[in-house]
Design a binder for this molecule. Structure first.
Ligand code: ADP
Ligand code: MG
Length: 226
């Protein structure tokens, strides 16, 4: 489903070039639960941002379900991208003036869905993270863990092919971290494909596959056995 070949990323700051990804090759199949782990600065976010089409690569190939989804200025691909990728950020990235329900509805607006269907889908998604009773709350009326659950509901609402999460528990205490990881595990059990970045081994150990990144390269790729 995700196929990356020889992916490279060079950042240019003034006249200085820095190669953050030096040739990443990886194949992630439908239904996998992958943790990407590595020290700070190893290129994890760079990789995730490219997977989520939030940033472009300098070289190499990235195919999602056979599509070169990150190609810009292509309406058809933009639609696929919005539909097939759900992104969860460390800092939640919810819109503060919108209610939980409105935040979760947002990706559906871009898909051109009717208001009624949007509401139905968003409520279902909120329910799946256990927060339907908070649908009218604004982000500042919710705890950090609840905000992240809303963000997960937003990522889920389009029924994406893959959920990408960059340090989703980075701003949360250990008990809340466990709750969020339980949600990811539950979603994976239901068949969702999840790629999650973390720098904490205890979190990575909860995934089915752990890919270790160091200095812009994959140095280890192991499956956890239950
Ligand atoms: N926009 C940028 N411009 C220049 N260098 C960057 C930029 N983003 C990240 N880097 C550098 O690329 C390397 C990898 O960063 P990042 O992918 O954020 O690492 P990680 O998420 O593993 O901590 C770091 O050395 C970082 O300083
Ligand atoms: Mg990072």
């Amino acid at each position: 489903m995700i196929k990356i070949t020889d992916l490279k990323k060079v950042y240019k700051t003034g006249s200085i070039e820095f190669e953050a990804l030096k040739g990443i090759n990886v194949h992630i199949k439908k239904g996998e639960f992958v943790a990407i782990i590595g020290p700070s600065g190893s290129g994890k976010s760079t990789l995730m941002n490219i997977l989520g089409c939030l940033d472009g690569s300098s070289d190499g190939k990235y195919l999602l379900n056979g599509h070169d989804v990150c190609v810009i200025n292509d309406e058809e691909l933009a639609k696929i991208r919005n539909h097939e990728i759900g992104f969860v950020f460390q800092s939640f990235n919810l819109l503060p003036k919108l209610s939980s329900l409105q935040n979760v509805e947002l990706p559906l607006i871009y898909l051109g869905m009717s208001p009624k269907e949007r509401k139905n889908r968003a409520e279902k998604s909120l329910d799946s993270v256990g927060l339907l009773d908070r649908k009218d709350h604004k982000p500042n009326e919710l705890s950090g863990g609840q905000r992240q659950r809303i963000a997960i509901a937003r990522a889920l609402v389009t029924d994406p092919a893959v959920i990408l999460a960059d340090e989703p528990t980075g701003n949360l205490d250990s008990k809340t971290t466990e709750e969020i990881m339980d949600i990811f595990k539950e979603l994976n059990k239901k068949g969702n494909t999840i790629v999650l970045v973390t720098h904490e081994p205890e979190i990575a150990a909860q995934a089915k596959r752990v890919i270790t990144v160091k200095d812009g390269l994959i140095v280890r790729d192991l499956y956890n056995y239950e």
